[in-house]
Design a protein around this ligand. Sequence first.
Ligand code: ADP
Ligand code: ADP
Ligand code: MG
Length: 477
Amino acid sequence: MIRKVLVANRGEIAIRIMRTCREMGIEPVMIYSTADREALHVELAGTTVCVGGPAPGESYLNMKNILAAALGSGCDAIHPGYGFLAERADFAELVIASGLKFIGPRPETIRLLGNKARARQLMMSAGVPVTPGSDGILDSVDEAVDLADQLGFPILLKADAGGGGRGMRRVDQAADLPAAYVEATNEAEQAFGNGALYMEKLISAPKHLEFQILADAAGNVIHLGERDCSLQRRRQKMIEESPCATLSPELRDEMGAAAIRAAQAADYLGAGTVEFVLDNDGNYYFIEVNTRIQVEHPVTEVLTGIDLIREQIRIASGQNLTFSQEDIRLDGHAIECRINAESPEQDFRPSPGRIERFVMPGGPGVRIDSAVYPGCSVSPRYDSMIGKVIVHARNRREAVRRMRRCLEELIIEGIDTNVMLLYVLLYEKDFIRGTYNTEYVEAHLPRLLEYISNPEAYDDPVLLSVPEAYDDKEMSE
Ligand code: ADP
Ligand code: ADP
Ligand code: MG
């Protein structure tokens, strides 16, 4: 059994992992950069090791120093969290070669699925529907132009090594393709050190639905239901909920079975997420597997009562799942809002700085996973997500109301945040009905920002009232 874990991350996810370690009687060792001396994950820690300077390359991406910290402090495993080294197969290999356990899938699986073009091919052979697109990576702009003609515009250029919405370009007509190709390649090269691109047909106004999966070494693979992550800005998620308000039980079963086939095809081990887009006619298409814990994992945890970090650690220690697919119950409804230090009015520009006042929501059915406190500084060097509010209630109607009141309680002063935008979204008719898609936020942003900048709009009885669609029957599904 694992006894001491180095948490190779920072922020809310580092704290999240530390909490489960402690509950399991496992000692967590926290790392930090010189910019993070006063960060909450260090404040709350017992053992800490400084692994380098402020730039991620010097610290949170510094494999050598992180390994030395783990070995020097007597750890027997490393948990990578999300971002940073979480999806680096070479890091997982190094951890294992050093005699430590890597809390995540096998390195071969990370490599295979991290190659998104190759992952598409694997999924096709496993009978998982994928979007129409390229067979593997594109070799040239000319090839891209020919293929786009066959597929029909609009198309998406996507980075083979992509993540976090980067290296992706929508192209609506052939004339725009060459420039978009260069932009996407350059962005991918910068972000991932790999400029390779592939192409997918753009699915119009889809939902982003993803399935949480768990797989153990004995070959048991189960799914823990879906998360609807369609409310996105710049292809990054803002609000996630489960269950999806518009997914039928039949389609849930079918997509869940496809997610399990996807995991089996990759010889999956541990916790992972199979992402799909779902079009307006109920067709679903695989887009990628994230081989790590996901930002929005709490939604599934509160719904199922299963601690996903605990399952990751148990599986990495060689233990098998103690429950099967039939045991999984999705109890009630859960919603998560990501709180970002950013200015929606200024094209979502990050807003680092000192948090002067911070008051957290609380009460029944509320979970806060956050890394900030009054007086702390949000660094411009790291991700702008500073925390998450997760609510759980008996049904969707109550969960929506609960989230609204949480955002009313939440006070953050000193920096700009996206809280008002999240709040306004919770009153949108399409949100209330669950009919929103991945294009929703961007399509309605000017109007939403108008509400925010003009507080009188809040007194608008139409905005504050509960539309007819919001009746108990529709909301309690
Ligand atoms: P999800 O939110 O579904 O877990 P995201 O794609 O939003 O997945 O990524 C989660 C976090 O990891 C974000 O903070 C994002 O910035 C970061 N991230 C994602 N992919 C990469 C990558 N390849 N390199 C560095 N950071 C990444
Ligand atoms: P990343 O690795 O950056 O998370 P994904 O492949 O998961 O990249 O895509 C990110 C987002 O882009 C999805 O959540 C979805 O909103 C959108 N997207 C991706 N592929 C398609 C597609 N073929 N059609 C429409 N939207 C897509
Ligand atoms: Mg994705």
